[in-house]
Ligand binder design. Sequence first.
Ligand SMILES: [Zn+2]
Ligand SMILES: [Zn+2]
Length: 421
Amino acid sequence: MDYDAKARLPDERLDLIGAIPYILMHVGAFVGLFYFTLTWEAVAVVIASYYVRMFGITAGYHRYFAHRGFKTSRVFQFILAFLGAAAAQKGPLWWSGLHRHHHRFSDQPEDIHSPRRGLFWSHQGWMLCDKYLETPPSQIREYQRYPELVLMDRFWLVPPLMWAGILALMGGAAWAFWGMVVSTFLLWHGTFTINSLSHIWGTRRYETTDTSRNNLLLALITLGEGWHNNHHFYQSSARQGFFWWEIDGSYYMLKILSWFGVVWDLRGVPQWVLEGKRRKHDRDVARAATTYDLPTGLLARMDALDQLRAQIARVKERAEQVDMRAQLAQSAADLAKRAATAAQNAAEASQATSAADITARFRTSAVEAAMRAANLAERAAEAARETAETMRDRMTSAWAEAAHRAAEMAAEAARTAQKAA
Ligand SMILES: [Zn+2]
Ligand SMILES: [Zn+2]
């Protein structure tokens, strides 16, 4: 990463006034320890209030509202939102919107809470900063047909106050202290480890472009969110522990709820992910390699093309956010993508020609494919350059570069194919 990771942007100021309730909760949790005795009942209240609301955060705010990992009724959707909101981490739309932003820009300069900007910042600093208080408008749009959610998002302080009230009614001041003050303190820092420690501490199964990691301990305290590298690699599944030994409390609970019809259509993990392939495409390459006995040079080139594809997909995703430019950007990105695919086909075919038992007909088609690819890529590059000139922003130049690289690769494939023919 070539940006100054620790530098705070000029408009990222810690809002000290706004942070007072947050700080007071910490002081309260500490001071209260001298007034309330720790009993087994208190421990049970802390843990129950912790995990019930953690479920609201992981299954509700994260897997449902941010990632749409399963479906449910409007009533249970509301219950999930309420349990998540009771954790006092603001409203469901604010939370899920900023979280989507984190995935889109993980550990890039735009990432609001990348640990590359310091552990304190990723853990809680970003949240105490007045720049990120607003719910992203896209989330409001998506959920506005549920006024109860929009309302809860605006008055996000009401559910935690109700939660404290229920505890006080059930067990007096002691329950309110243990179940709200202490439990929320633990719940906050438990949740925040996913933004901080989960990007620093643990193992990596998948070579994602971010720093996410898998960590059993963090998975236990967050009901399964500690399998964060899994999650960054494949985000939309209802489970984050991909294998039976990866303990994922939220998923077990969702599974049980699905038996009773409370939730349904739990999205699973596809086979190519379980096989540890970086992309679906990797499996196809592996299959082609065994069929044609492809040398490593070609595999490397395919790999580069594959990365290019991912880049184009990312660019495309960003392009979708910019209203007017989206159309232009998308068609150029599409073109570049098609060029990349064609170039890859050409590369594959041209390699095949080097095997002695491939017919002349096959050779001709290889050259043809390569030519077409080069043509396509050139057109993509041109479109990209043209738009880059008129737009002059990072997004445009990113896909201009992608298209340019596609052109280069296609040209190289063409040369190889021609030589082989
Ligand atoms: Zn996520
Ligand atoms: Zn993350």
